[in-house]
Design a protein around this ligand. Sequence first.
Ligand code: TGC
Ligand code: FAD
Length: 386
Amino acid sequence: MSNPLDLYATDALLSEEETQIRDSVARFVDEQVLPGIGRHFETHTFPRELVAGLAEIGALGATLSDHGCAGMNAIGYGLLCRELERGDSAIRSFVSVQSSLCMFPIHAYGSAEQQARWLPAMARGEVIGCFGLTEPQGGSDPGSMCTRARRAGGDWVINGVKTWITNAPIADLAVVWASTEEGVRGFLIERGTRGFETSELKPKFSLRASATGQLFFDDVRVPAENMLPGSVAGLKAPLSCLTQARYGITWGVIGAAQACLAEVLDYTRTRTLFNRPLAANQAVQIRLAEMARRITTSQLLSMQLGRLKDQGSMRPAQVSMAKWHNCRAAIEVARDARDLLGGAGIMAEHVSIRHALNLESVITYEGTETIHQLAIGRELTGINAF
Ligand code: TGC
Ligand code: FAD
């Protein structure tokens, strides 16, 4: 019998190395994430105890091949995200931010000194990063940012506020994007720098096992060496980081959807109503088939996207298509799975409601659905409708 979570046998396309990555991350999730994640969701706490294990399995900076990083290819990184998000979106989120939004820009745009100082410690999980782009006046339009950095002698002085920042309350280092006279530039700001404060945004109904907060800059003075020298003056550098993270999200949400389908398949086969298993009803089978269709199309999109990324030809509009499609597919699966569980579906012992609630964040961050639809519209028409 085929694998109901992989009807098109996409995993049969994996290389031996990719299969090993999948299996070792799956083991980590089964043994270390799943036993405690429900409690962290309930208590609204980030599972800090998982960071060392994430570093051990090579999850931090996974696609970088130097500075102590694992050097995974794009498919391997996708599988990592998929398995982690099968556990909880908060864990994949932590890894996305550390890897794609902090280590990637330091690697791509940082000086040799910045790379040597931060990347090995971040790969070991000893330094936690956050990425500050979004501001209170509107995350969809980062080009209108108000955070300013001005030159003062050999230093930079930064003023402004960033909001909705994953890891902000726990981060040792912030990668911050600020407007300068030369355009937008990236800066590295360490916790403890005078004038730099963080806060936590809670309570949230979504991503409760992720720490989300704000960054405040009040005349924060940093030396010139804290600017990322390769960050071109414009939005291209921060947007290139988003492309990396969005790619991982396209895979991650498949894991969340698979967890929901697995749960509801088990439940509908064993629950008896009207003298037959719930799964024996046509209406129920059609809903299960819908879930499998959504998961399968997502798997095929991400697999092809990963191959394009590994060839070096992946384009942002292709990432937008998969981010939009796969997040929408996953949230529909999670919501319908929750419904098929009936009243039991609102209880913490079942995972579907936790995934459905988490996916409300995932469909919003890294570009809302509308932003990705408009990015595709622009690719199709050549007209910018933002
Ligand atoms: P636009 O004129 O389109 O672009 C400026 C320059 O950047 C290039 N570019 C990209 N490069 C790489 N990747 C992409 N995705 C790119 N999109 C555009 C573009 O070619 C151009 O280059 P050049 O050489 O011509 O200068 O800029 P725009 O101001 O029109 O903005 C376009 C828009 C709306 C798509 C962009 O602002 C956008 O993506 N908005 C959404 C913002 C967003 O997604 N924020 C996410 C914040 S981080 C986050 O949510 C983390 S969640 C963490 C977790 O996983 O837990
Ligand atoms: P807005 O931009 O105000 O959008 C509001 C609504 O308007 C949306 O429905 C949107 O689709 C719609 N809209 C916007 N423009 C248009 C248009 N032109 N036409 C039609 N409709 C439009 N950001 C970071 O920088 N770093 C992080 O680590 C980070 N982590 C996050 C973690 C969580 C849990 C969440 C929820 C967010 C996080 N974000 C982070 C911020 C996230 O990227 C933003 O929330 C997102 O980009 C949307 O911005 P906004 O919330 O300000 O909504």
